[in-house]
Design a protein around this ligand. Structure first.
Ligand code: PHE
Length: 546
């Protein structure tokens, strides 16, 4: 160290740049980046994700130990697979029990030939054409979710998922809170958004001009705000909104003398009456804003990749019948696919069985834990995939991906973000929640289908029925081994139930998206799994004399 606090690295004083160069030759690009992050020179991925250190075999080697800890994982959904995958990195011996005959849990991609019999005995076999699919559970991944880190690590190819499309529609049918001349008809999203923005900007401009904001906005800021509002709302020189090409054309511009004709804006009053504004905030959300992604070929590529990466076994068709937490072990009795009953045990257990179902499994979990589990409310939600002979939404309506919002009982219509310009296509004909999901769930699939087609035809017209080929519907409250879409928490911060389930029972840990603040996302399952992995690994490392 010299007097100015810089070390002589052999080639002159250690400037910041020189320091990074030296570090680069020793620690590689990763070290440089990490250091630059520490110096605040580049934005950190940590702004978006929770730090996690995967367990390493060297963690044990450093202590002169060999890790022969066994872990039983209950459930091969995202959380269970992640626990096993991460623990195996440090030599844990994991065995996974899965009730279904596939990995993924709610991360489920339905393709032609997929069969499912729900709790009511309603059996369906998907008739989708080759290459067509629906993601019945998770279907969109925001950029900041850990899910994408696993896609990278496991080599799962991803592609954009269009969560937002200016040319998809809003459709509100007349109902309480939805009326005026703009209901019972579809409107391109860009039209409604341009008009709302235009009018709101115009009104604020007027308020500033009339000195209504003088008390809250200084003179210089008023100037800046006016300038902003003019561009934000596409206002004219007079600060009025008279429409713009943002809302699209009545006659599109083209060659030679075709200058294009822009449509006239709707009135603010009509727009407000139709209440399209209820949809605007959604796609600004932390988890819903573009870019968003999906694995190429179906969401289940993720659990299949995780399952393939495991060294330990996954026993499919294994239904847990009893869980016993002993002092230094956890033991589980399950029935296998042949109906025979087997007992397995391990040093530790990570249990990802949905709380509503786990509460019903006999064993020796403390009564307060069982009652906490049984009080978690499962969400009712359902989706229907509709296959069409022809991608009329692309061919006739120029909608390539994205989502139409409606106030109909179908909720939304999702246009596929794959297979563009292809022949057939599967769109999501409904994605609904609560009572609307329950209503559809109560119908036999043919009636769900008819109702979804009637509703969708309100948006797309008769073509919706003419080009329709087949459907497959999933209502999660009726799906065996899930019996719910996700957990509904009121307030996790104050919930004693939530708090209780974050604690292990002896050597049994609970994991799943329900034990995160990111419920209803694979991210929540990954994050919860990592949390348990960290806790379990720390505990094993600090255990003495093993
Ligand atoms: N992640 C699910 C989805 O994007 C459920 C969800 C919906 C979660 C809306 C938050 C907000 O559809």
């Amino acid at each position: 160290m010299n007097s100015s606090g810089e070390q002589d690295a052999g080639q002159g004083p250690l400037t910041r740049r020189r320091f990074l160069q030296v570090l680069g030759t020793v620690g590689g690009a990763g070290a440089v980046l990490a250091t630059m992050e520490a110096l605040n020179l580049v934005p950190s991925a940590r702004d978006h994700t929770t730090p996690f250190q995967p367990p390493r075999a060297s963690d044990f080697a450093l202590q002169g130990r060999v890790n022969n800890t066994t872990v039983l994982v209950l459930g091969a959904g995202i959380a269970g697979l992640c626990v096993a995958y991460e623990l195996e990195k440090a030599g844990y011996r994991c065995e996974v029990l899965e009730a279904r005959d596939r990995p993924g849990g709610r991360c489920w991609t339905v393709r032609g030939g997929t069969r499912e019999t729900d709790l009511d005995g309603v059996a369906q076999t998907a008739q989708f054409a080759y290459g067509q699919y629906m993601n019945a559970g998770p279907a969109r991944i925001p950029q900041h979710h850990t899910t994408l880190d696993y896609c990278r690590e496991l080599g799962v190819a991803i592609e954009p998922f269009a969560n937002e499309n200016a040319d998809a529609y809003y459709y509100n049918e007349s109902a309480q809170g939805f009326d005026g001349p703009l209901v019972d008809r579809r409107l391109r999203r860009r039209v409604a958004r341009a008009d709302y923005l235009g009018y709101v900007s115009e009104l604020l401009t007027k308020a500033i001009d009339q000195h209504a904001l003088d008390a809250s906005v200084g003179a210089a800021d008023q100037e800046a705000l006016l300038e902003f509002l003019t561009s934000f709302g596409a206002l004219n020189q007079q600060g009025r909104y008279v429409g713009s090409d943002r809302r699209g054309y009545v006659t599109p511009p083209g060659a030679a003398n075709l200058s294009g004709v822009v449509g006239k804006p709707y009135t603010l009053s009509d727009l407000l009456a139709a209440n399209f504004g209820v949809y605007f905030p959604f796609e600004l959300g932390w988890d819903q804003a573009m870019m968003m992604f999906q694995p190429v070929g179906g969401m289940d590529r993720i659990p299949h990749a995780l399952a393939a990466a495991l060294r330990g076994t996954i026993r499919y068709g294994a239904q847990v019948q009893q869980i016993t937490v002993a002092d230094d072990r956890v033991e589980v009795i399950f029935t296998g696919p042949d109906g025979g009953s087997l007992k397995v045990g391990a040093d530790y257990c990570a249990c990802t069985i949905p709380p509503n179902l786990l509460a019903l499994i006999p064993g020796n979990l403390p009564a307060d834990v069982t009652s906490a589990l049984s009080s978690v409310v499962p969400m009712s939600t359902g989706k229907m995939g509709l296959q069409f002979r022809r991608r009329f939404w692309e061919e006739d309506e120029r909608i390539f991906g994205g989502i139409t919002d409606t106030n109909l009982d179908i909720g939304t219509i999702w246009y596929p973000s794959y297979g563009y310009l292809g022949e057939k296509g599967v769109l999501i004909g409904y994605y609904n929640y609560f009572e609307q999901s329950d209503e559809y769930a109560a119908l036999p699939p043919e009636q769900r289908e008819r109702r979804a087609l009637d509703q969708g035809a309100k948006v797309h017209g008769e073509v919706y029925k003419e080009e329709f080929e087949n459907s497959f519907s999933v209502h999660w409250t009726k799906i065996r081994h899930s019996e719910g879409g996700w957990a509904l928490w009121e307030d996790r911060a104050t919930s004693p139930v939530y708090k209780a389930l974050l604690e292990p029972v002896g050597r049994l840990y609970f994991a799943g998206d329900h034990l995160s603040y990111v419920t209803a996302w694979q991210h929540g399952a990954f994050e919860s799994a990592r949390h348990v992995v960290t806790a379990l690994h720390q505990r094993v490392l600090t255990e003495s004399g093993r």
